[in-house]
Design a protein around this ligand. Structure first.
Ligand code: SF4
Ligand code: SF4
Length: 90
């Protein structure tokens, strides 16, 4: 899984100081260039060893703003597993 910040973020900064590993950056430092806060996947440890629950999600006042994607949920990964077939057109 990976932590993602969606465009419902209100830029309140509450999550920035809570992250124990400094994985969250604001829109100015977003490496993707999007005008949105960003979580470095390679830094985020999902708070394992630091907190009982992800501190960013606990701190965030905006419901649905911080979400988790699923491992292997991308289209290419599904194709690798044979879960995506050709579209059938009647
Ligand atoms: S889950 Fe924890 S380590 Fe990951 S971004 Fe949120 S606060 Fe940081
Ligand atoms: S706590 Fe939530 S709303 Fe506030 S900056 Fe972080 S992701 Fe955005």
């Amino acid at each position: 899984m990976a932590v993602l910040i969606t465009d419902t973020c209100i830029s309140c900064d509450a999550c920035l100081d809570e992250c124990p590993v400094g994985a969250i950056v604001d829109n100015d430092d977003n490496p993707s260039g999007e005008d949105i806060y960003y979580v470095y996947k390679d830094k985020c440890v999902e708070c394992v060893g630091h907190n009982d629950a992800p501190a960013c999600a606990d701190a965030c006042p905006t419901e649905g703003c911080i979400v988790w994607d699923e491992v292997g949920s991308s289209k290419i990964e599904k194709e690798d597993r044979g879960e995506v077939g050709e579209a059938v057109i009647d």
